[in-house]
Design a protein. Structure first.
Length: 256
């Protein structure tokens, strides 16, 4: 209904999300799109296209200066910052680290690029699991700073050289590279709020929150609490619905 209303006003709407920092079906844009379509977020069902905001491997980002207390420059998915108007339609639920996952959490974390998510979660330094690493060298080839080093057929990441871009995490074929999540919940919430500000500032924004099927944890979890009237609620709602609108094409119709 939101997308239909936007179209009536002459806007062009699209659904978006950015790639995840953790491994899984939303780690890259192609798998991400498959996940969206399987769970009902396709153009035929929603009336608008899906664009993964930070590109194929989570590296397509826009640096947004905000000079916040904890974040000086937010790393936001490029397509998200290209939109003229921002509308969030949020499933409000519990969250194991944020306390609650509502508009601020979904916008701040969901719109951050992979490097942006690293900045929010930790100091931005991934590590390699030697039990999973096969020494293929994909991480060392993608890194512009020489942080991943292959020794005796296993990768290690030099945190002194690492800048936290997350590209090694995206290319690892064995999911052996993961981010070191910080323990500070307070810092995480502060950074998410400043990232949400970076997304919303300097353009019209509208936010709608739906409190239904409230789950105890983030929607990315496979389990849920009752009541649950969805056959696969954890997956259906995992795609944080963020509706972005580009009004450039028919802006005259809106203003008249």
């Amino acid at each position: 209904m939101v997308a239909d209303y936007v179209k009536e006003l002459g806007g062009k709407a699209f659904l978006t999300d950015c790639n995840t920092l953790y491994v899984g079906s939303r780690k890259n844009a192609l798998d991400h799109l498959d996940t969206a379509y399987v769970n009902g977020f396709s153009p035929l069902q929603t009336g608008c296209h899906v664009i993964i905001g930070d590109g194929l491997k989570g590296t397509d980002e826009t640096i947004v200066p905000i000079d916040g207390e904890y974040v000086k420059e937010a790393k936001i998915g490029h397509a998200i910052m290209d939109a003229d108007v921002f509308i969030s339609l949020t499933h409000f639920k519990g969250h194991e680290t944020a306390g609650f996952g509502g508009a601020i959490k979904n916008i701040g974390m969901g719109c951050g690029s992979r490097a942006g998510k690293m900045e929010q979660h930790c100091e931005g330094k991934p590590s390699a699991d030697k039990n999973l690493c096969v020494g293929c060298g994909a991480c060392s080839r993608i890194c512009a700073h020489g942080a991943p080093v292959i020794t005796d057929g296993k990768a290690t990441i030099d945190h002194d050289r690492c800048v936290g871009c997350g590209r090694c995490l995206a290319v690892c074929p064995k999911d052996a590279i993961t981010a070191n999540f910080a323990d500070s919940v307070f810092m995480l919430n502060c950074k998410m709020a400043e990232y949400a500000y970076a997304v919303c500032k300097d353009r019209p924004c509208f936010h709608i929150s739906l409190i239904c099927d409230v789950s105890p944890n983030c929607d990315c979890h496979a389990e849920n609490d009752i009541p649950n009237n969805s056959t696969n609620n954890s997956q259906v709602l995992v795609f944080n619905i963020i509706l972005l609108i580009d009004f450039r094409v028919k802006v005259t119709k809106i203003t008249n």
